[in-house]
Design a protein around this ligand. Structure first.
Ligand code: TYM
Length: 335
């Protein structure tokens, strides 16, 4: 089994990407992960079908997400960027994962519970694929023999499940899969909503006031950060439990500047100055990303080409492992 570093991660095109996606995942993929071994980054469009969706919007968002991966600095000469639906190995292996996982395990997933609760409130009900989502996600990771899965904190539970499924499969059927581990960033692993700092900044949040989108105009970014909900305590201190709004700003600023949140806190007498500096830091962080995205989206055929080549490469990498898994469970090899 492979012991060299192999990295896999994915991003769901269910909405416009947020500062949470960037600080928790994307930026690290570009700055560090792609250079640390064989690395694949996937627009996981099949995962976007687990909740109500509009086909035209999904297509638009998928292309935009791919463009943003490139704008963030993922280099197709260094890593593999592709769309999940272009590589059949994901769904081929997902079925085997469903045959290894239990229904209780799936129902325990926090994201399932949260999203199912929301979906139940709509007339359309909960899609079965929302429940089996972690089986597909495990397949995404295991098909490539990934050793590391760089994600934000909210995805750690799903990666943990992928580990469990890999170990269980190997134990039952023989050593086919590499057991992966999640890596989360030291700060900003869970960027919170600026208007509701006790809940995660997420693409599918109902209100956008507390969410910074990567393609927001600089003025909008600054406004959202300056209007962040904090508290009425005097001064600035770093305490995630008692002062979640202030802690969120400190973590965002920390992620932008590389200085520890608690050290940053000592430098501020009031929240106004912290908000102003954080707003400026985020605007400057996103400025080059927006500019590169504008260039990249001017040439859609470039993105299409990257995805086409990426899919061919991903298919070739995944195929032997998925074939080995099919054989290991007792399915006949095709004659
Ligand atoms: P997704 O699309 O919700 O998010 C993509 C990445 O961004 C991280 N992230 C955050 N990090 C910090 N703070 C936030 N507020 C925040 N919001 C999102 C996520 O943790 C993630 O790393 N199920 C996955 C996609 C997926 C996947 C995979 C990931 C499918 N298959 C295989 C890794 C490996 C998801 O919905 O991420």
């Amino acid at each position: 089994m492979a012991h060299r570093t192999r990295i896999f991660s994915g991003i769901k095109p269910t909405g416009h990407l947020t500062l949470g996606n960037y600080l928790g995942a994307l930026r690290r993929w570009a700055e560090e992960d792609q250079h640390r071994g064989e690395a694949l980054f996937c627009v996981v469009d099949l995962h976007a079908l687990t909740v109500e969706h509009d086909p035209a919007r999904l297509r638009r968002l998928s292309r935009q997400t791919a463009g943003l991966l490139l704008a963030a600095g993922l280099d197709p000469a260094v890593c593999t960027v592709y769309a999940q639906s272009h590589v059949d190995e994901h769904t081929r292996l997902s079925y085997l994962m469903e045959c290894v996982a239990t229904d209780g395990e799936m129902r325990r997933m926090i994201q399932y519970k949260e999203k199912a609760l929301r979906a139940r409130e709509t007339a359309q009900g909960v899609r079965l694929s929302l429940l089996t989502y972690p089986a597909l996600m495990a397949a995404d990771i295991l098909a490539f023999g990934a050793t590391e899965v760089p994600v934000g904190e909210d995805q750690a539970q799903h990666v943990e499940l992928a580990r469990d499924l890999a170990e269980r499969f190997n134990h039952r059927y023989g050593p086919v899969f590499t057991v992966p581990r999640a890596t989360v960033p030291p700060v900003a692993a869970r960027v919170m909503d600026l208007q509701d700092p006790t809940s995660k900044m997420g693409k599918s949040h109902a209100s956008t006031a507390g969410m910074v989108h990567l393609l927001d105009e600089p003025e909008a970014v600054a406004r959202k950060v300056r209007r962040a909900v904090t508290d009425s305590e005097p001064g600035v201190s770093y305490d995630r439990e008692l002062r979640p709004g202030v802690a969120n700003l400190l973590e965002i600023l920390s992620s932008c500047t590389g200085k520890e949140p608690a050290v940053l806190a000592e430098g501020y007498a009031g929240i106004g100055a912290l908000k102003a500096d954080t707003a400026e830091a985020v605007v400057e962080l996103l400025r080059p990303l927006r500019a590169r995205h504008a260039e990249i989206s001017a040439d859609p055929s470039h993105v299409d080409g990257v995805l086409r080549e990426g899919a061919a490469r991903a298919r070739a990498l995944a195929r032997p492992t998925v074939d080995a898994a099919y054989e290991a469970v007792g399915l006949m090899a095709p004659a």
